[in-house]
Design a protein around this ligand. Structure first.
Ligand code: ZN
Length: 211
């Protein structure tokens, strides 16, 4: 397992990468060096590219099921759905779609409460898949998130935010139901403010090798 260890500083509103260090970390128990091992599980369900957009926000989802059930659902062309990532209860990370492409995770809009939802000149909503990154999480809307899920998800949120200059706040880290009100996803248990706080304040965070 290889990890890239990154340190950051703030210059104005911009977070700048100071240095990259590639180091094998197998067997370490130091939580600051908690390595994120991303397993690729490519999904056929995505739009190559992002039209004229780029990732501007991260959408938090709950699987309503298991990580492995989600793997097979997203890998089936029949489902026509996906997300960029899935996080398991033990902190596993599976990647289904490249961040440069549009995963099919938040394409429907209904009574959105999200402050940054985009509307085209014709009055129709622009597909949020074009400008968001989707992260699924194992479990259902009423089960507690494990510490490993919080740690891994916040590390991943931080890494994505650095790659795309996405601010770490509630306008840019949102729940799926803020786009599609007919769903309760990601449910009532997850504390998105806690995810943001953890993403903002790690002493050191490991950057996933793949994007
Ligand atoms: Zn969802």
């Amino acid at each position: 397992m290889n990890c890239q260890l990154i340190t950051t500083t703030r210059r104005g509103n911009q977070q700048q990468l100071l240095g990259l260090l590639r180091t094998p970390l197998l067997g370490t128990t130091n939580k600051n060096f908690n390595c994120m091992n991303i397993i690729n599980k490519p999904s056929p369900n995505f739009l190559p590219g992002r039209k004229k957009f780029k990732p501007e926000a991260i959408v938090i989802h709950i699987m309503q099921g298991t990580l492995y059930g989600t793997d097979s659902w997203f890998q089936s062309p029949v489902s026509k759905v996906s997300a960029h990532y899935g996080i398991g209860k033990k902190g596993e990370v599976h990647q289904y779609v490249n961040e440069k492409d549009s995963a099919y995770h938040a394409g429907r809009v209904n009574a959105p409460t999200w402050s940054l939802i985009k509307m085209a000149d014709n009055g129709l909503f622009i597909n949020p898949d074009y400008y968001t990154v989707g992260i699924e999480h194992e479990g259902d809307i009423n089960t507690d998130w494990t510490d490993e899920m919080y740690t891994t998800s916040s590390n991943l949120i931080r890494a994505i935010s650095l790659r795309w200059s996405i601010p770490l706040d509630r306008d840019h880290i949102i729940g799926h139901h803020e786009i599609y009100s007919l769903k309760t996803c990601p449910g009532n248990i997850v504390d998105i403010n806690k995810l943001i706080a953890m993403a903002e304040n790690p002493k050191m965070v490991n950057e996933p090798v793949t994007a």
